[in-house]
Design a protein around this ligand. Structure first.
Ligand code: GTP
Ligand code: MG
Length: 306
């Protein structure tokens, strides 16, 4: 996005993207950055870490915060941690984008709206997935209800997937940002390491293939990373909670894990632009989602700090 007055008024700031699971938060951010920074799937609770996505243009630096979807599931330490992560990200930001799915309003949206309402930032209601709405006149009563219940500074209708109507939204975000220098180096696109993205690309393959069979708590960590010549040798562990989940991932005669390995390797090669030798191990750690120490060990407390 270029603005004629960009030299006098370079702007920078933080934009939290909040909403229940599966509304398209990560899809939106990837589309703005034109880069797959955040993994996407049709299974709710795909995003499990707070990720900064840094969008630098000639006029502004918008630091988007992708957050785990705010959900109603109680119980495990991981679930609580995910909600806390999403909640804390709405504080200390300049703009909050509250994403909803067109014509869908659930208890989880309501819960997410409560979080959004606590923020003192500018609030933009973003109705996503409008490509799915056949009868656009249905949007009016839907939106009227939302704005009757909550305060918003702006309303936008977009399709993140089809890249529709993102420009006007970006323009408004720009308007709301304070004048300021870039916060991050303009070449930097995220606060996360390459290792982090590698584990996410492996997890994405697992989510895509086993979205029915596996709980969202499957996690991945890197055991070893060695560069020999031009080849990156990566050993990664896939953590599950039960033996039967391990059997599912491995598949008959190792068929499933082999396929996942191939696809993940290709995605990683594309991401790091180098040849990769990927080895995957499936390991069982019972009830790690209930174990705060295990969550720490797997990097869940390594969140962005102000
Ligand atoms: N039709 C349509 N589908 C979309 C759109 N945006 C996202 N999706 C789909 O919705 C699903 C969820 O998208 P995500 O971007 O993973 O959603 P999220 O809000 O990040 O979800 P969590 O990380 O689980 O909180 C994926 O299957 C996307 O392809 C859209 O504009 N139109
Ligand atoms: Mg997401």
């Amino acid at each position: 996005m270029d603005h004629p007055d960009s030299k006098q008024s370079y702007k920078s700031g933080y934009v939290a993207v909040i909403g229940r699971p599966n509304v398209g938060k990560s899809t939106f951010i990837n589309q703005v950055l034109q880069q797959k920074l955040s993994i996407v799937s049709h299974k709710p609770q795909t995003t499990r870490h707070q990720i900064l996505a840094i969008h630098s243009t000639a006029a502004a630096q918008m630091v988007f915060i992708d957050t785990p979807g705010i959900h109603n599931q109680k119980g495990t330490a991981l679930n609580k941690h995910l909600n806390q992560t999403a909640q804390s990200s709405s504080h200390g930001v300049d703009v909050v984008l509250f994403l909803v799915e067109a014509l869908k309003w659930t208890d989880e949206d309501r819960r997410a709206a409560k979080v959004m309402q606590q923020s003192s930032a500018k609030k933009i209601l973003v109705i996503n997935k409008i490509d799915k709405v056949k009868h656009k006149e249905q949007l009016m009563p839907f939106v009227e209800r939302l704005v009757g219940e909550h305060h918003f500074d702006q309303i936008h209708y977009i399709s993140a997937l089809k890249n529709k109507h993102l420009e006007p939204l970006l323009k408004v975000i720009y308007d709301y940002l304070p004048v300021g220098e870039p916060i991050f180096d303009e070449d930097q696109i995220s606060d996360r390491s390459t290792r982090f993205f590698i584990t996410e690309l492996i997890r994405e393959q697992l989510m895509e293939r086993f979205h029915q069979e596996l709980p969202y708590s499957v996690t991945v960590n890197i055991e070893a990373y060695e560069i020999k010549g031009r080849m990156h040798h990566i050993h990664a562990n896939i953590w599950v909670e039960r033996n039967n989940q391990k059997r599912i991932i491995i598949g008959t005669q190792g068929d499933a894990i082999k396929q996942i390995g191939i696809k993940a390797r290709q995605a990683i090669e594309q991401f790091i632009e180098a040849k990769v030798n990927l080895k995957l191990w499936v390991k069982v750690k019972s009830s790690w989602t209930d174990d705060i120490k295990a969550i720490e060990a797997l990097g869940y407390t390594d969140e962005f700090k102000d």
